[in-house]
Ligand binder design. Structure first.
Ligand code: FPP
Length: 246
């Protein structure tokens, strides 16, 4: 029996978030520069995007560049930004043909001009697609997002557009970059590290966590199936007892 056949199609998570970790170590294993790892990471991005869409996932959020990643050597930061532009240019038509909508979360206006413009073009071009959203977290961090939301709420409170008594989990979520997107049911991290690295801190309150022991460039179709199968075997209780959810 193929791994894919073990997946219960009615219970595929609507939103899967991924921390694509281990590109650098993968490259080192082959005695190559870190950028070689990122380039091969793009191949995994392509394959997992296609696999997720085929399974019926509605949103795939990929951690492509964190706020903290600016601290990497300038050469690597520049290479990552160029790779993003190059990949978007190559892939945008294919995303469009496959009815996939490109979206991005993070402090996007601080991205290099060319990266920002290419991203916006892609988002605009694919905005009516509704099979799956490919959501790139770029210059993103969970703490930045929460502070950013608080700032906007304070501004709206000052201008009278928001009343403090109306603050609750639902109204707060509308100020997050993921407004309108359901929380991820499943968070995958590759490379064998067990950390959240400031990713979607608010949204993953009840997410199932799955840690794959392989580097991101090696993470392929079958590995995604394994994560989904693992997810489907778990009992999501949301604070209730096992008996209550039977
Ligand atoms: C983490 O591995 C990976 C990143 C910070 C960048 C991820 C980027 C890509 C896969 C390419 C561009 C993506 C898209 C969506 C086109 P690491 O460098 O931290 O690896 P290490 O932990 O082994 O050093």
């Amino acid at each position: 029996m193929d791994l894919k056949d073990k997946i219960i199609s009615e219970r595929v998570p609507e939103h899967v978030a991924i921390i694509m970790d281990g590109n650098g170590r993968w490259a080192k294993k082959y005695g190559k520069p870190r950028v070689f790892g990122h380039r091969n990471g793009v191949k995994a991005v392509r394959e997992i995007t296609e696999t997720a869409a085929n399974l019926g996932v509605k949103c795939l959020t990929l951690y492509a560049f964190s706020t903290e990643n600016w601290n990497r050597p300038r050469l690597e930061v520049n290479a990552l930004m160029s790779l993003l532009v190059e990949t978007l240019r190559i892939e945008i038509n294919s995303l469009n043909e496959n009815n996939i909508r490109l979206h991005a979360i993070g402090d996007l206006t601080k991205l290099p001009k060319k990266t920002y413009e290419t991203l916006m073009e892609g988002i605009e071009k694919t905005k009516n697609n509704d099979r799956m959203m490919l959501n790139l977290a770029l210059n993103y961090s969970g703490r930045w997002e929460i502070i950013n939301a608080v700032k906007k709420i304070m501004e709206d409170t000052k201008s009278g557009a928001f009343q403090i008594d109306d603050l609750n989990q639902n109204s707060f979520e509308q100020y997050l970059t993921t407004n309108g997107i359901p929380d991820p049911e499943l968070l995958i991290r590759t490379s064998g590290e067990y950390r959240l690295s400031n990713y979607l801190l608010w949204q993953i309150a009840y997410s199932e966590l799955y840690f794959a022991p392989i580097y991101w460039p090696d993470f392929r179709e079958e590995d995604f199936y394994k994560a989904i199968i693992d997810f489907q075997q778990r009992e999501r209780r949301f604070g209730k007892t096992s008996e209550q959810i039977q």
